[in-house]
Design a protein around this ligand. Structure first.
Ligand code: ACO
Length: 325
């Protein structure tokens, strides 16, 4: 049976940094509060009004292709996870396909909020395993600054813009994506959502006036659910693959809040040195956090390392993937 493997990673991060000090000028907050409550020190913001989610995803994809030394025409499929698509339609994946010139690929978006990259990676894996595709680009890209209310201190401090991309191919040596488990709990949409802009509340003067086009959340509810969700699904994956905590080389958690990450690692019995953390530099980039971690750590990973990816997000959606590097 075929196994899918991540054979390359790429990223795009906007140059402009927004520090906690910068946010102090916008809302009643302070660097100390943000650092201790979230672990975030700064985040990137895509300021160029001409550019958005597709641009960042395309740049990340181009780097992944370059690092593997292949052309865009070799790609069969592009799966793009985002909650901040350039348009409601067409899909942002189609824009990326055009931007990078992947003329032999079909392309679609996948919507699973902060779990989007994991859901997309699982989907891409199935195309490789079935032999229906040979080269799949999986992209997580979000311009969260486009849906943030910069007067709401409870949300605007948490997020940043960025993109990560991985190339999936058939494994040649048996290492690669081994197991995956995902969950959905679809009766809690109002805990974390963007109320307007879709068909339920189409954008009108009224919805804009009421700021319904901005992300809204019940932070405490999300916090509790995220900690339990990410840890428990990871433990489930570890148990059914006979992995003890000492067998795991790396945990790659979605980067929403350092306290969520710490609590997840603790519940899994993992020490902090085994956890990839870059939330301090980028904040929560939603679909991009996991590939951005893989990118930052790619030179430290050893062939065969046992890696657990875990995420939790709006929907609610959550899940974990077990792979060997
Ligand atoms: N600066 C200063 N004070 C603030 C700020 C801020 N930016 N934001 C909130 N406060 C205040 C609150 O008003 C509150 O004041 P009060 O006690 O006078 O009412 C106090 O700080 C404590 O607020 P809490 O909401 O209890 O703070 P908490 O420690 O729960 O942290 C946070 C809030 C950071 C939002 C946290 O709940 C969290 O991270 N939740 C997860 C949300 C999340 O990550 N969502 C992202 C998408 S989902 C995902 O990626 C997993």
């Amino acid at each position: 049976v075929k196994r899918a493997k991540i054979t390359s990673v790429g990223q795009y991060l906007p140059e402009d940094r927004m520090t906690n000090k910068d946010l102090e000028k916008l809302v009643d907050t302070n660097d100390e509060w943000i650092r201790t409550r979230t672990g975030i020190e700064e985040r990137r913001i895509l300021k160029d009004p001409e550019k958005a989610t597709a641009f960042m995803g395309a740049e990340a994809a181009k780097e992944a292709l370059k690092n593997r030394g292949i052309s865009a025409e070799e790609i069969d499929l592009i799966i793009l996870a985002t909650v901040t698509p350039d348009y409601m339609f067409p899909a942002t994946a189609c824009l990326v396909q055009g931007m990078i010139g992947a003329k032999n690929a079909f392309a679609f978006d996948l919507s699973a909020a902060c779990s989007g990259f994991l859901y997309a990676l699982s989907t891409g894996t199935m195309y490789i395993e079935s032999g229906r595709a040979k080269k799949v680009l999986v992209i997580g890209t979000d311009k969260m600054s486009s849906i943030l209310d910069m007067t709401d201190r409870t949300t605007c401090i948490l997020f940043g813009d960025g993109a990560g991309a991985v190339l999936l191919e058939e494994s040649e040596d048996g290492t690669g994506i081994i197991d995956q488990k995902h969950y959905t709990e679809g009766d809690s949409e109002c805990s974390l959502y963007q109320p307007a802009g879709g068909s339920r509340n189409p954008a009108t003067e009224e919805t804009v006036k009421n700021k319904m086009h901005y992300l809204q959340q019940d932070g405490r509810a999300v916090f509790k659910k995220a900690t339990m969700g990410m840890a428990d699904v990871s433990l489930e994956i570890m148990e059914r693959n006979n992995l003890e905590p000492e067998d795991v080389a790396w945990l790659v958690p979605h980067q929403a809040n350092l306290r969520i990450i710490d609590a997840t690692a603790r519940r899994m019995g993992l020490s902090n040195e085994k956890v990839m953390i870059n939330i301090n530099k980028y904040g929560n980039t939603t679909a991009a956090t996991i590939p951005l971690c893989l990118y930052d750590w790619k030179d430290k990973l050893n062939h065969g390392d046992n890696i657990i990816l875990a995420a939790f997000g709006g929907g609610f959606t959550w899940g974990a993937i077990y792979l060997t590097w």
